[in-house]
Design a protein around this ligand. Structure first.
Ligand code: PMT
Length: 424
């Protein structure tokens, strides 16, 4: 996730380096933008070294000579690529320019050009902060939806005391995390996600596979990471960029996926099994390419390992197991049967015949089925949103689990009776 950190020219500019580190700790990729005045307080080299990115200090490329249009365009692309912009410290001068809609340097231009949420953390002399002009500018910006973090009170660098100290780095970072939808409710969890399709070889050139793109699983991995979980993504074939700060293991066949899941089974606290794993594979893998001239082969298939079933069967107390059910008919009945047979904590029923649902598309339509018989049908939404709704359910299950002190190893007969079609 890419964000921008603007630094204006104030004595608190050095604190932006600490803020940069805090944002990076949450896996954010940070583009630093400095005003001309900020360079008087901290050098761009400091931020470049910490962020690993070039620092933008002006509209045009550094080094003098003719203004370079390509560099200006490249710079302005930042506005489209960021998910949030924070300016710390924001000076009285900067607030005035933003309130007036000026765009006379890169940072002010970025503020006008971006549609991402903007957070300003002002820092200045107390009289400047309390001046009617600054009050009006702050009010104007707030009315436009800019979030302004009130400065703290205390001893100021100018020798006076009062409001004007930069808000704490933690408060600024938290405001960014909220703006980005980064919650902490999965902190301490290790979430193992399976995603994408498996490929079951037939001969050196061919395999059996399916249409899964990996989008649903990758969305889950990213959402879990955003909510502070440690994430292990076990990915079958998928042509997607893995989310930042996620440990990824790439596999091809169902057996490789089973081995990778087994490797991490003990350390995972939540399993989200979104991968489309082949149920059958060719019983024999030919060592040479099957030839057309030899006539159409009759394929003998054999079952693959049921990874989800194995995880659910062998789970330790406290491990939550979420399965998917990709169905084309009797969707809810089939999904409920999976929930029951594998004793899952949650099953995500996915009718893959619906438009805007299932394989390849960016949206999904799913129903969440809980062991107690509760069903939550979600309307069509982006896979990212679906992922968050599934994680909301995980958080809910976890708190129920905590309330019970420890998760029962097997379902109670009372729970089982609540599910239609179950008798125990
Ligand atoms: O990747 P996308 O293009 O975004 O598509 C998303 C999706 C349709 C793949 C996803 O939403 C989905 O429904 N994933 C489950 C696909 C699947 O294989 O469903 P199933 O009903 O066949 O399997 C049931 C469950 O058992 C699944 O959690 C599956 O991961 C798991 N399984 C299946 C077979 C097997 N050998 N081992 C398993 O663990």
């Amino acid at each position: 996730m890419r964000v921008a950190l603007g630094v204006a020219g104030g004595i608190a500019a050095y604190k932006a380096a600490e803020l940069l580190r805090r944002l990076q700790d949450r896996g954010l990729e940070v583009q630093v933008v400095m005003t001309e005045a900020a360079r008087e307080f901290v050098t761009p080299l400091t931020f470049a070294s910490l962020s690993g990115n070039k620092v933008i200090t002006g509209m045009f490329a550094e080094g003098g000579g003719e203004p370079n249009l390509a560099s200006a365009i490249e710079h302005i692309a930042v506005a489209q690529n960021i998910e949030a912009l924070v300016i710390a410290p924001a000076t009285a001068n900067l607030l005035a320019k933003l309130a007036a809609g000026l765009a006379d340097d890169f940072l002010t231009t970025l503020c006008l050009a971006t549609k991402a949420p903007i957070i300003l953390a002002p820092a200045m002399n107390v009289n400047m902060w309390e001046h009617p002009a600054t009050r009006l500018n702050v009010e104007t910006l707030r009315q436009r939806g800019v979030q302004i973090l009130e400065p703290d009170e205390g001893y100021l660098a100018c020798g006076m005391s009062g409001a004007g100290r930069l808000a704490s780095v933690e408060a600024i970072a938290q405001a960014m995390f909220v703006a980005l939808g980064l919650q902490d409710d999965l902190q301490g969890e290790t979430v193992l996600v399976t995603a994408g399709r498996t490929e079951e070889p037939l001969d050196p050139c061919r395999f059996l596979s399916n249409r899964s793109s990996g989008k649903m699983g990758y969305a889950l991995a990213e959402a879990a990471r955003r909510r502070s979980a440690r994430v292990i993504l076990i990915s079958g074939r998928a042509s997607l960029e893995p989310p930042a700060s996620v440990a990824i293991e790439r596999v091809r066949s169902g057996e490789e996926m089973a081995r990778a899941v087994e490797k991490h089974r003990e350390e995972a606290t939540v399993f989200l099994m979104a991968a489309a794993v082949a149920d059958f594979r060719p019983a024999q893998v030919e060592s040479a390419k099957l030839k057309r001239q030899a006539g159409a082969p009759v394929l003998k298939l054999e079952p693959t390992t049921d990874i989800l079933g194995a995880v659910a069967r062998r789970r330790k107390p406290g491990q939550l197991v979420v399965g998917f059910a990709a169905e084309t008919e009797n969707v809810l009945q089939n999904a409920a049967a999976k929930l029951r047979a594998k004793r899952l904590d949650l099953v995500v029923a996915n009718d893959v015949t619906q438009e805007g649902a299932g394989f390849e598309v960016d949206t999904n339509i799913v129903t969440l089925l809980f062991p107690g018989g509760r069903r939550v049908a979600l309307e069509k939404m982006s896979k990212r949103e679906v992922a968050h709704r599934i994680l909301d359910a995980v958080v809910e299950l976890r708190s129920e689990c905590a309330a019970e002190q420890a998760r029962p190893a097997a379902w109670s007969s009372k729970q089982l009776r609540k599910i239609p079609g179950t008798r125990k």
